[in-house]
Design a protein around this ligand. Structure first.
Ligand SMILES: [Zn+2]
Length: 239
């Protein structure tokens, strides 16, 4: 596993606005505290979610992009990119792999954080089909596409993007996390990030308590002791 000092650039690849905040915003905030540069790549605009149904889908897309941008700011991230795929119908595809590989080559991260591509049978929410499609395509983009100069050759010949080898991937939402980050010092910022998604969470009664108790239970599972909060990942060596 990479040492902390070996991680200087991080790219997150998630399906919907708010996914990165549920899964990793505390970890992202702590990266920022150490001067690590973090870029968010969000595959859809989340235009099929939310309760503000007086908005049509394009109004919802615009709102959710703005909410994700505000949430990113709460944990110190200013580079937020959207691919604009349709919410609810993402499939693993060559097009998606190329679009993710392009951003990997642009950002040149040491670490990619993305969704676990396998179904979690303990808890259903992490296994939204868009999440599994994005996680699988992101792993394929890490290996082999981004590092192989002959994969999607137009990225090199037309856009000048050299091959890049990501060294490690952390997966969120899996059933067997093996790396826990103590995010207690960043929990307030994680909550601010989550609450930036007003269209998704403002109407959810007890949202703050629900989130805090979830991540506190992971803090105990991680062995950090009572009153500590944790985010969990499955680590994949990729280099
Ligand atoms: Zn999602």
């Amino acid at each position: 596993m990479l040492a902390e000092s070996e991680i200087t650039r991080v790219l997150t690849v998630t399906a919907h606005p708010d996914d990165v905040d549920f899964g990793a915003a505390g970890t992202v905030a702590l990266f920022g505290d150490r001067g690590v540069e973090v870029t968010y790549l969000v595959v859809t605009d989340g235009d099929a979610g939310g309760n503000e149904r007086e908005l049509d889908n394009s109004g919802m897309a615009e709102l959710r992009r703005a909410e994700q941008t505000a949430a990113a700011k709460a944990v110190g991230v200013t580079d937020v990119r959207f691919l604009g795929y349709a919410d609810g119908s993402v499939v693993p595809s060559l097009e998606l792999r190329r679009d993710i590989a392009r951003v990997i080559r642009q950002v040149r991260p040491d670490l990619v954080i993305t969704h676990h591509p396998d179904r979690n049978y303990q808890f259903i929410a992490p296994s939204h089909p868009d999440h599994r499609a994005v996680g699988g395509s992101a792993l394929d983009a890490v290996y082999p596409d981004a590092r192989n100069p002959y994969a999607f050759p137009e990225l090199l010949t037309e856009e000048g993007l050299e091959a890049w080898t990501v060294r490690e991937v952390w997966l969120t939402g899996g059933s067997t996390p093996d790396h826990w980050v103590d995010v207690t010092d960043a929990m307030d910022r994680k909550m601010t990030a989550l609450q930036s998604h007003v269209s998704q969470v403002a109407h959810v009664e007890g949202f703050t308590d629900f989130v805090r108790s979830r991540f506190a239970s992971w803090g105990e599972r991680a062995g950090f002791g009572p009153g500590r909060y944790a985010e969990g990942f499955q680590v994949v060596q990729t280099a």
